[in-house]
Design a protein around this ligand. Structure first.
Ligand code: SF4
Length: 211
């Protein structure tokens, strides 16, 4: 895949999904961070149904740093992996209070050093909370689309991101983070992708291989 074709694909997907944006609800960078931690192995829809009750009671890093862990586990239970997620959220909040004066750090390195925050989460926070996209957050949709179209043959998210960054100009990072997720949810779905109605099928390696 060369850069020209890559840009054509991005432009077509931007036209196909003009409303593509982050689907997690949040009002502060710290709420964004909590929502992304909760979204691991869980749908954004489920997270959005769970967070209003949590954020009504606890919202700041200071709140979460002193929260009763069993109560937090109970509040986030619907999002799955609640024990690990509760522990990571509380420990992350403590570090942000003690080391960063209650402010979510604004670099990938500092974010990725927080408990429960990997490269994907850090990428999402940098983009959505600070509007400073640093790369591509490779989730299940991005991985599937990248493999299908032929952007990358790798399976590890970090390696797929490296392949994507070789052909995607920086000015498109923000768009790609949104349109790949929407394309994966609406058209390039798992198991039976809707290739016949796909706006980028003529660029897709998987589609061409089936013809
Ligand atoms: S043609 Fe099919 S496999 Fe390729 S991107 Fe479109 S929906 Fe996905």
């Amino acid at each position: 895949m060369n850069e020209n074709d890559c840009i054509k694909i991005i432009e077509i997907l931007k036209e196909t999904y003009p409303d593509a944006k982050c689907s997690l609800d949040f009002t502060t960078p710290f709420e964004m961070l909590v929502a992304v931690i909760l979204s691991a192995q869980c749908t954004d829809e489920r997270v959005n149904k769970t967070t209003p009750a949590i954020f009504a009671k606890y919202s700041t890093p200071e709140d979460f740093a002193s929260v009763d862990i069993e109560e937090l586990e109970s509040l986030i239970h619907p999002c799955g992996f609640y024990k690990n997620k509760a522990k990571n959220i509380k420990n992350t909040a403590k570090i942000i209070v003690e080391k960063y004066n209650g402010k979510v750090p604004e670099t990938m390195e500092e974010l990725m050093a927080l408990p429960g925050v990997g490269r994907k989460t850090a990428n999402v926070v940098m983009l959505e909370a600070f509007n400073k996209p640093q790369g591509i957050a490779v989730d299940t949709h991005c991985r599937r689309i990248s493999n299908n179209i032929g952007f990358s043959d790798k399976s590890e998210p970090e390696k797929i991101e490296q392949d994507l960054l070789k052909v995607i100009p920086e000015k498109y990072y923000k768009d790609v983070n949104h349109i790949f997720i929407w394309h994966g949810r609406n058209t390039c779905v798992a198991r039976n992708p809707r290739c016949d109605v796909c706006s980028i099928k003529n660029f897709c390696r998987y589609y061409k291989s089936k013809k």
